[in-house]
Ligand binder design. Structure first.
Ligand SMILES: Cc1cc2nc3c(=O)[nH]c(=O)nc-3n(C[C@H](O)[C@H](O)[C@H](O)COP(=O)(O)OP(=O)(O)OC[C@H]3O[C@@H](n4cnc5c(N)ncnc54)[C@H](O)[C@@H]3O)c2cc1C
Length: 286
C-alpha cells in the first residue's frame, strides 16, 4: 500500500493498516500455483464500479482471522501480466475460511485455505494498475524474505544458546561435554553460521533503507539464514542427546520451527532461481 497505493488509498487506509491492531493476510498461493504464482486461477471480473472476486487461496497465514486480505487475482488471461492486486475487508460477504491446517510447527499462527465466492469490492480497492499484481506481490516477498531471514537467525541463536548452556552443564566421562572437541567444534560452526546469517540480513536491510536494490541480497539472506537455522537446530538436538529428542527441552520445537523458513516466502530452490536470474539478467544486458 505504501509503495503501490494511490495518494487517496494511502490516506484512507494506511493509518489503519500500520497502526498495529489490525491483522492482515497475504493471498497469493493456490492449490495449483505455489512456486509458480503466475498459474493462479482466482479471477477478478470488472462489473461497473466493482470487481467480483472468485477463487480459492491456499496456505493463508491468518486465514479466517484477518481484518483485511491482500488478494492477487486474475483480471485477464495474459499470464503473469494478467494479475491485479486488491485490498479486501475481512468481513466482506463471500469470504470464508476452511479449518486450520495441522502443521508441524508455527502453531502460534493460523494457516487456512480461504475461499472467495463472488466477493464484490469497489474498483477503488484495486492497488496499482490492472496487470501489476504479480510485480506488487513479488515486491512484497522481497521484504518478507528479510523478515524470514531475521526470524531464522533468532531461532538459530536460541538453539545455540540452549545447546551451549547444556554442553556446559552436562557431564560425561567426568567432564562437561563442551570439553570434548566433537561438541565444541559443533558449537563453533553453529556460532559462525549464525553470525554470517545476521550480517547478510542486516546488509540487505540497510540496502533497503538506503533505497538501493536489495532483492538478490534478501534472497541470499533468506536462503542462507533458513538453511543455517535448519542445520543449527538439528545440531542443537544432537548436543542434547536423547534429551533433545523429547518435548521436555525446547530444541526439538526450534528444529520444527526452522523447517518452515526453508519453505515459505518462496522455497529455497526458488531463492536460488531469484539469485541465479540476477546474474543472467546482468550479463544479458551488458
Ligand atoms: C505455514 C505456511 C504458511 C504460508 N503462508 C502463506 C501466506 O500467508 N500466503 C501465501 O500466499 N502463501 C503462503 N504459504 C504458501 C507458501 O508460500 C508455498 O507453500 C510455497 O511458495 C511453495 O509452494 P508449494 O507448497 O505449492 O510447493 P511447490 O511449488 O509445489 O513445490 C514443491 C517442491 O518443488 C520445488 N520446486 C518447484 N518449482 C521449482 C523450480 N522451478 N525449480 C526447482 N525446484 C522447484 C519446490 O522448491 C519444492 O521443494 C504458506 C505455506 C505454509 C506451509
Amino acid at each position: 500500500m505504501w509503495k503501490w497505493g494511490s495518494h487517496d488509498q494511502r490516506k484512507r487506509w494506511l493509518p489503519d493498516l500500520i497502526r498495529g491492531d489490525l491483522l492482515g493476510a497475504y493471498c497469493l498461493s493456490e492449490a495449483e500455483a505455489g512456486s509458480d504464482p503466475g498459474a493462479m486461477k482466482t479471477t477478478a471480473v470488472r462489473d461497473g464500479d466493482e470487481y467480483v472476486i472468485s477463487g480459492v487461496k491456499t496456505w493463508i497465514t491468518h486465514g479466517g482471522e484477518a481484518d483485511f486480505y491482500t488478494v492477487m487475482a486474475r483480471t485477464s488471461d495474459e499470464g503473469s501480466k494478467g494479475i491485479s492486486c486488491f485490498l479486501l475487508p475481512g468481513d466482506a460477504p463471500g469470504i470464508s475460511a476452511a479449518a486450520p491446517e495441522r502443521k508441524m510447527g508455527l502453531n502460534g499462527s493460523r494457516t487456512s485455505q480461504v475461499s472467495f465466492d463472488k466477493v464484490r469490492v469497489s474498483a477503488d480497492r484495486r492497488i496499482g494498475d490492472e496487470g501489476r499484481g504479480l510485480a506488487i506481490a513479488l515486491d512484497a516477498l522481497d521484504t518478507g524474505r528479510l523478515c524470514i531471514a531475521a526470524v531464522a537467525t533468532g531461532v538459530a541463536q536460541a538453539a545455540l544458546d540452549y545447546a551451549s548452556q547444556y554442553a556446559n552443564d552436562r557431564v560425561q566421562f567426568g567432564k562437561p561435554i563442551i570439553d570434548f572437541q566433537g561438541v565444541s567444534f559443533m558449537l563453533a560452526d553453529m556460532s559462525a553460521r549464525i553470525s554470517a546469517s545476521r550480517a547478510l540480513y542486516i546488509d540487505a536491510a540497510r540496502r533497503k533503507d538506503l533505497g538501493m536494490e536489495f532483492g538478490r541480497h534478501a534472497a541470499e539472506a533468506k536462503l542462507f539464514a533458513s538453511d543455517t537455522a535448519m542445520a543449527v537446530t538439528t545440531d542443537a538436538v544432537q548436543v542434547f542427546g536423547g534429551a533433545g529428542y523429547t518435548r521436555d527441552y525446547p530444541v526439538e520445537r526450534l528444529m520444527r520451527e526452522a523447517k518452515i523458513m526453508q519453505i515459505f516466502e518462496g522455497t529455497n530452490q526458488i531463492q536460488r532461481l531469484v539469485i541465479g536470474r540476477h546474474y543472467r539478467e546482468r550479463h544479458s544486458s551488458s
